[in-house]
Design a binder for this molecule. Structure first.
Ligand code: NDP
Ligand code: 2IT
Length: 444
């Protein structure tokens, strides 16, 4: 059996029931076959893949807090410190009802390769909780965040592990956690990213994942002599990534016709009015169906189905496995030419394979959504320098990083004889840097 297949069997056996983690590992290992088979003895002799697929450390802890009725609630908290070969652990915190260890291991594993692709010195990590901020009061969210950080602060630091936002964690949650970190440790340091602009945050971080996604998609189009101008775009989600992907796509002349949340989707044939979406989601923390109250010509449909809307470009920006084979077939049957993933692993394996087989332009999440973490790393640099860069300066750096990622991914795919397969290209290019660092640092 090949080294790669052996490792996949080992991961499944040693991590029972962790299907999301298995899925993420399989996709990466399948791509790496091309590299590993050519250097099998080199990697096998130091058990490189065994080490790469085992987190350096997982911290899991109890998070007790008191709700508005005076009742004590208990949630699970986690931090997966997956790989520090190229820098301090870096990655978001997810607060959502369905968070579990398998989900955070999948996200932490993806983060290793994503962070490597940015070219910046950041290792891979992820964390979170099964606490869901939806429907909670600000006081309840603060009580939870303070309790969560009271435990997490023992394991993080500006040069150790730097968490940020993800699903359910935005500026409000980062603020409450930063305040508690500072209060306990007495340190005013860049220990979290996505901070507010008056207390160490970076301009463009809020927009970065969505803008970066559109920058890399624009680069993909540029290489086939095309652009966003005049294109019809469907974006799933209505959170941080979706909103700023929509904003940048509109700035580049595209018409975005649909967005969704986990209850249903809206379709606006005249183009989404983003100020209305921002008011619903960022100010009122409401549901996407409220859009049709403000825009009666738009249509709300409950449940799944957003990918049946005809479009030229699809940007899945909601969550893992939200786009399956049936959705992929519907997109392509309706003429979709480009899919770039704003979310982490939004396409199922079958959907991904279908996109590759049909040879549409397809960029996987670990490359396409790397603009968020890259700008987090720029926030870390500014904190270390005790300086703040201008919007234009950070945005220009983000743009360069995304075009740089496109170049690395397409070059790696071409070098291994699979030109145009950006899934293989992203996994290989991300792996090469981390593997080199791990080989140099001995058996640790
Ligand atoms: P948010 O919590 O801000 O928004 C998530 C949005 O997606 C919400 O509208 C949510 O709806 C919706 N959603 C989640 N799951 C589903 C689903 N299964 N079907 C339909 N809608 C769904 O999160 P972000 O925008 O920050 O994150 C979105 C994705 O992007 C995640 O995969 C995240 O890991 C990834 N990502 C985020 C980065 C960042 O900087 N924030 C960076 C890189 C990747 P509802 O409110 O109903 O739950
Ligand atoms: O999935 C991701 O890359 C993020 N949620 C952003 C992580 C970060 O540290 O900014």
């Amino acid at each position: 059996m090949s080294y790669v297949d052996e490792i996949y069997e080992r991961v499944v056996a040693n991590n029972p029931g962790e299907t999301l983690f298995h899925q993420a590992v399989k996709e990466v290992l399948d791509s790496l076959k091309l590299v590993i088979d050519a250097n099998e003895e080199k990697y096998r002799s130091v058990s490189l893949l065994e080490r790469l697929t085992e987190p350096e450390r997982i911290i899991s802890f109890r998070v007790p807090w008191v709700d508005d009725n005076g009742k004590v609630q208990v949630n699970k908290g986690y931090r997966v410190q997956f790989n520090s070969a190229i820098g301090p652990y870096k990655g978001g915190l997810r607060f959502r009802y369905d968070v579990n260890q398998s989900m955070l291991k999948f996200l932490g594993f993806e983060q290793i390769f994503k962070n490597s692709l940015t070219g910046l010195p950041i290792g891979g990590g992820k964390g979170g909780s099964d606490f869901d901020p939806k429907g909670k009061s600000d006081r309840e969210v603060m009580a939870f965040c303070q309790s969560f950080m009271t435990e997490l602060c023992k394991y993080i630091g500006a040069d150790v592990d730097v968490p940020a936002g993800d699903q359910g964690v935005g500026g409000r949650e980062i603020g409450f956690m930063y305040g508690q970190y500072k209060r306990i440790t007495g340190l005013y340091e860049g220990v979290l990213t996505g901070k507010g602009l008056t207390w160490g945050g970076s301009l463009v971080r809020t927009q970065a994942t969505g803008y970066g996604l559109v920058y890399i998609a624009e680069e993909m189009l540029k290489h086939v002599g095309d652009s966003f101008n005049g294109k019809t775009v469907v974006i799933s989600g209505a959170g941080n990534v979706a909103i700023y992907a929509c904003e940048k796509a509109q700035q580049l002349g595209a018409k975005v016709v649909a967005l969704c949340d986990s209850n249903g989707y809206i379709y606006d044939a005249d183009g989404i009015k983003l100020d209305i979406v921002k008011d619903i989601k960022e100010v009122r923390r409401g549901r996407i169906k409220e859009y049709v109250d403000a825009v009666p010509t738009a249509k709300y449909t409950a449940g799944k189905g957003i990918w049946t809307i005809p479009c030229d470009i699809a940007l899945p920006c909601a969550g893992q496995n939200e786009l399956d084979l049936e959705d992929a077939k519907a997109l392509i049957a309706n003429g979709c030419k480009l899919v770039a993933e704003g979310a982490n692993m939004p396409s199922t394996r079958e959907a991904t394979d279908y996109f590759l087989e049909k040879k549409i332009l397809f960029m996987p999440g670990k490359a396409a959504n790397a603009g968020g973490v890259a700008t987090s790393a720029l926030e870390m640099s500014q904190n270390s320098q005790r300086l703040s860069w201008s919007f234009a300066e950070v945005d220009a750096k983000l743009h360069d990083i995304m075009t740089g990622i496109y170049a690395k991914v397409s070059d790696a795919a071409a070098r291994y004889g699979v030109a145009g397969n950006f899934v293989a290209g992203a996994n290989i290019a991300g792996f090469e840097k981390v593997a080199d660092a791990m080989m140099s640092q001995g058996i640790v």
